[in-house]
Ligand binder design. Sequence first.
Ligand SMILES: Nc1ncnc2c1ncn2[C@@H]1O[C@H](COP(=O)(O)OP(=O)(O)OP(=O)(O)O)[C@@H](O)[C@H]1O
Ligand SMILES: [Mg+2]
Length: 592
Amino acid sequence: MSEPIQIYGINGPVVTVKGRTGLQMMEMVHVGDARLVGEVIGLDADRTTIQVYEETGGLRPGQPIYPTGGPMCVTLGPGILRNIYDGIQRPLPALQKKSGAFIGRGIEAPALDADALWEVTVTVAPGQTLRAGEVYATCPETPVILHRCMVPPDLSGTVEWTAENGSYTVNDTVVKLRDEKGVLHELTLCQRWPIRTPRPAARRMPATRPLVTGQRVIDTMFPMAKGGAAAIPGGFGTGKTMTQHQLAKWCDADIIIYVGCGERGNEMTQALTEFGEITDPKSGRPLTDRTVLIANTSNMPVAAREASIYTGITLAEYYRDMGYHTAMMADSTSRWAEALREISGRLEEMPADEGFPAYLPSRLAEFYERAGYVQTLGGQEGSVSVIGAVSPQGSDFSEPVTQNTKRFTRCFWALDKSLAYARHYPAINWNDSYSEYLGDLSHWYYDNVGPDFLSCREELAGILLQENSLMEIVKLIGSDVLPDDQKLIIEIAKVVRVGFLQQNAFHRDDTYVPLEKQLKMMRIILHLYHTCQAIVARQVPLSQILGLGLFEKVTRIKYDVPNDHLELLDAYPAQIDDALRVFAGTDYRKGE
Ligand SMILES: Nc1ncnc2c1ncn2[C@@H]1O[C@H](COP(=O)(O)OP(=O)(O)OP(=O)(O)O)[C@@H](O)[C@H]1O
Ligand SMILES: [Mg+2]
């Protein structure tokens, strides 16, 4: 190429170049004297369009554009965990050290600390052949996560040389590999991967194991599978962020990637401090030891928001390839879609539904399809689970982002304004929400929690359904007309709602509930129900039964039985029977 490439026009985050540039579609470039990071998003015979990931204020026509020759990539290696990145994997703590609280433009810091030393064990020997995805070295990345350095997906060959075990930086060569063509490759502790290309796996496997979250309404009513995709749609203030934080803190994934996308900055700070305080029950170490935060808050450049979810999911896939179960939370994908809309508007593309570009559905599909349970190239099992929050304006679920997200996710946890208003948290509406994973997970629940888990769940769901239709009658003519057996349904449904579905994220024990407790709580509620049904059938007035306070007692189980004393639950059925014995022999039926 003869002439240097120069900026022709600037429109917000969109920069245009006239004439032939030799740039490729999706190529990463540096823009202007400040060398801002950008990506080619449009190519014509005589015009190139670039999306810039930093504030473009100060750029002027005529300033140079520097090609990099490759697509936007992330650097994958030890040092990702515990880090905080922006949408294009710039490490915020390292940048802050360089430039103070307000991060200047064009400032660069390597994604992985180039000076940090890692205690490396080389796991291969000269002469050995290695396939793509096979592990050649390991190092403890944090006290709980062993980092496995893998042959990149597009490479294989024979080991020609290995380093001694010892301390190395991410850029030190630890293995030399000669490929089939005779080219020698130096493998370090890190590799690069383009964020918009899914990392390959050997094969996809069915998702048959749940992502256990300790949240009753999720695990029991609308469970999610490891490798699944879920959506949390909800209007303003209905608890999306809170639910995402609860999942990040408690779900049984090995690695958590938390993407704050266009949301409030203080919530990211909160996530950071809270995740640091939470100790992992399994390891006793802080949660941050297995977490990465990607922050692209509302005050940060819009275009980087667009990239942030791809950066996030690429990191998730990388840890999946090591054989870990990873979970990625994106809060909120609506802000991401708005970024898409803004850029599309500046490109003067034809808008579709509500101004979103016509490719919104395909972009959402591409993103959620990267979730999955796989056999990795290296032969292990790993998964990427994705949970995306959606914030439809005015809780209107018919808008395009919610509707399209619904098409590509199999779990739908619909947050409800009136439940949130009534302080019923998590405000997941049991009528509108669903999980299509239930069938795939039934064997797992049967074998690992209890053979009656699903039947208990079905019965609970049935009670809620009956309550719904009864409430229609109550609304019209009041509850007095209902016979006692129907009033009993309403009373037991209240126990299900308040004692089971409602869960307090701020309570020491209630914030996370093991599956064993979830099952036993269901059994006790149903035991109470069935016993009362029999007594009501003998015409004992329901008011007398309610007077015993048993319904309140069962509602309080969630607070009264600490997670480390689950044996206390075993006494409840007998206590219920004892209390109800006062009605033994009583039969108010006439003529009997
Ligand atoms: N599980 C919960 N337990 C207790 N309180 C909750 C729970 N979920 C939400 N809340 C309450 O609701 C408030 C709002 O929740 P949150 O910030 O998560 O809503 P949001 O949907 O993310 O809102 P926005 O639309 O503004 O992003 C919280 O500050 C908290 O007080
Ligand atoms: Mg929020």
